[in-house]
Design a protein around this ligand. Sequence first.
Ligand SMILES: C[S@@+](CC[C@H](N)C(=O)[O-])C[C@H]1O[C@@H](n2cnc3c(N)ncnc32)[C@H](O)[C@@H]1O
Length: 273
Amino acid sequence: MSGSRTESSEADPAFQRLLRDVERDLGFRTSSYNDAYLRRRVEARMRRRGVEGYEAYGRLLDDEADEREALLDALSVNVTSFFRNPEVWAVVREVLREVDGRVRIWSAASSDGREAYSMAMLAFLDPAIDERRVDIVGTDIDRGILRRAREGRYRRSGTDDPVEQLTAVDGATEYVTVTDDAVVVDDRVRDLVTFRRHDLTDGEPAGEFDLVVCRNLFIYIEERAKARMVSTLLAGLAPGGHLVVGLTETLPPDCRDAFEAVDRRRRVYRQRG
Ligand SMILES: C[S@@+](CC[C@H](N)C(=O)[O-])C[C@H]1O[C@@H](n2cnc3c(N)ncnc32)[C@H](O)[C@@H]1O
């Protein structure tokens, strides 16, 4: 286990052991995530299964493949939407307009793909961006969510209505087919995006990009792992490339010199040349 755990969990050896076993046996790098987040997720599973104590829950994980699967699922928070935080998209649009030649974009921690597809739609919608020059790579650690991303089909519900999300940007609904219960992204939009598995704790970037968008993952990540992830993202930027993080997220102090703020409030940064 990394020495990065906070004191509260170091004072809780049973929880530490459980995290170590999850990391070793399930391949989920618990040491990169913050304790409060891991506790909430693990304890939600324990309540669901009526289990008292981390040791008992560890035994359940040993015995039941379904519970291992359910825990892995619970550890990935996949909440996302089309054009999430609409105010950020006006700046993203400006950034995309400025790129000469091919426009290479990485949606890191892309969840079910709506962020990557939103960028593809912007390329079609904005006459100053030539969609034929745009390549988008969406990556996530969660194989199940990547399968859904590739399908590009999103169920409509009262709390998560993709149609409503798309109305944040004029004309975006032209790029989907809407049925009573779902929204399906058009092939022309899907064709701009490739999805693949990538773990941001692994160190290697997914390629070289003009724009890297990594939003709403760092909120769950422990500080040192976050610094490593930002280094990975930085390594994936072409000179002068842009990075966008989540509206409530900040860059770790060690990485700040590598970037200048383009729009601090909307968390848009440019790599210093
Ligand atoms: C809350 S979603 C964010 C989706 C999208 N970026 C957004 O802002 O709407 C966080 C995503 O990070 C993914 N994730 C968690 N740990 C990861 C890691 N180590 N590497 C890559 N993706 C990870 C999760 O599977 C999840 O889909």
